[in-house]
Design a protein around this ligand. Structure first.
Ligand code: A2P
Length: 338
């Protein structure tokens, strides 16, 4: 495969893993050799990369003996077990799971926001939660310009974030509904088709869900600012691709909606679509397939001094997971941090 790194994708048959392969190819990441890893169930399956078909192998402790960079997306328990094994063999891991995100020694990185955090990595780097990534990309210019005091966010999250099985479940429930039938939910505790579930991850003692607390803790870690107050409500909605977020942010210093529009128009990885009178605002159906974070409905939050309200949409499998991981890998490679 020419010059480059020996790369592995762990969870290659999953929704995010598959996209990682695609994004490595699209962005022409320098791959010398690509190893595709998944569970025993998928061993022998073939997946396309560039002009060749690569056979999926079962993930084992020796999988990383000849790998320099591993992108993990096979869930937290797989990462907990195998990422340290990979790292001990000298492989640099970019982990999409929640396993290591809050470890003080593990950089939690969104390239548009805190690329400098990669400098002193100790072989494991965490990719933030999909909902956190798009929120901090959109809020970074506001944090820099005016300082953030408090964030109230409600998410509308696509089923692809749960994985391949959930995409299938929504499809099957919609088909069944059309034929006047109802299917027993398997992935979610309730039917997801034509419904909204205010429940992502387990509920904690404080009444918030795990997903909601990820948004609180990860935002503070990425901005390196524990004074930022965050309250999140995360909701699963019957959308295949693209998370949407309603964000109300209270700033330390005033910014007008026009200031915010100007800042966001100049911000890396952001596009403003904000002409509601002409029906123009970001929509998940439109942003699916893009690596950009889209912002619209920018207005003054009239309930508080220095408040701004906005609507933020991004492809959760791409910018929220696979693309962010590959962007991290690009920095590591370019800055000789692998
Ligand atoms: P497999 O397809 O063999 O089950 P998704 O998030 O879309 O459900 O994908 C999860 C990914 O993680 C899949 O590639 C899946 O492989 C992989 N995976 C799940 N459990 C394991 C495991 N114990 N070892 C290796 N890969 C795993």
């Amino acid at each position: 495969m020419g010059e480059g790194l020996k790369v592995a994708v762990v969870g290659a048959t999953g929704a995010v893993g598959n996209m990682m392969i695609k994004v490595l190819e699209e962005r022409n990441f320098p791959v010398k050799q690509l190893k595709l890893l998944a569970s025993k169930r998928s061993a022998g399956r073939k997946l396309q990369f560039r002009n060749s078909e690569i056979e999926v192998q079962e993930l084992t402790e020796s999988s990383f003996d000849d790998v320099e960079l591993a992108l993990f997306s096979a869930g937290a328990s797989v990462s907990r077990k195998f990422a340290p094994i990979a790292a001990s063999k000298g492989c640099v891991v970019v982990d999409n799971s929640s396993a290591f995100r809050m470890e003080p020694d593990v950089p939690l990185v969104v390239p548009e926001v805190n690329p400098y955090a990669l400098k002193h990595h100790k072989k494991i780097i965490a990719n933030p939660n999909c909902s956190t990534i798009q929120m901090v990309v959109a809020l970074k210019p506001l944090q820099d310009a005016a300082g953030i005091k408090r964030i109230i966010v409600t998410t509308f999250q696509a089923v692809s974030g749960t994985g391949q099985k959930a995409i299938f479940e929504l499809e099957e429930q919609v088909k069944a509904w059309v034929h006047g039938k109802q299917l027993e939910p398997k992935v979610y505790p309730h039917q997801i088709a034509f419904n909204c579930l205010p429940h992502i991850g387990s509920f904690l003692d404080n009444g918030y869900s795990e997903e909601e607390m990820k948004m609180v803790n990860e935002t503070r870690k990425i901005f390196e600012d524990n004074s930022i107050q965050v309250s999140a409500t995360t909701v699963r909605v019957p959308v295949f691709y693209g998370h949407s977020e309603s964000i109300n942010v209270e700033l330390k210093n005033p910014l007008t909606p026009d200031d915010v529009r100007d800042l966001l128009e100049k911000a890396p990885g952001v596009r403003v679509i904000d002409d509601p009178g002409s029906f123009k605002y970001p929509l998940p159906l439109d942003v699916a397939g893009s690596d950009i974070t889209f912002v619209g409905r920018i207005r003054k939050d009239i309930s508080v001094d220095n408040g701004i309200a906005m609507w933020v949409v991004a492809d959760n499998i791409r910018k929220g997971a696979a693309t962010n991981a590959v962007q991290i890998a690009e920095i590591l490679q370019k800055e000789s941090l692998i």
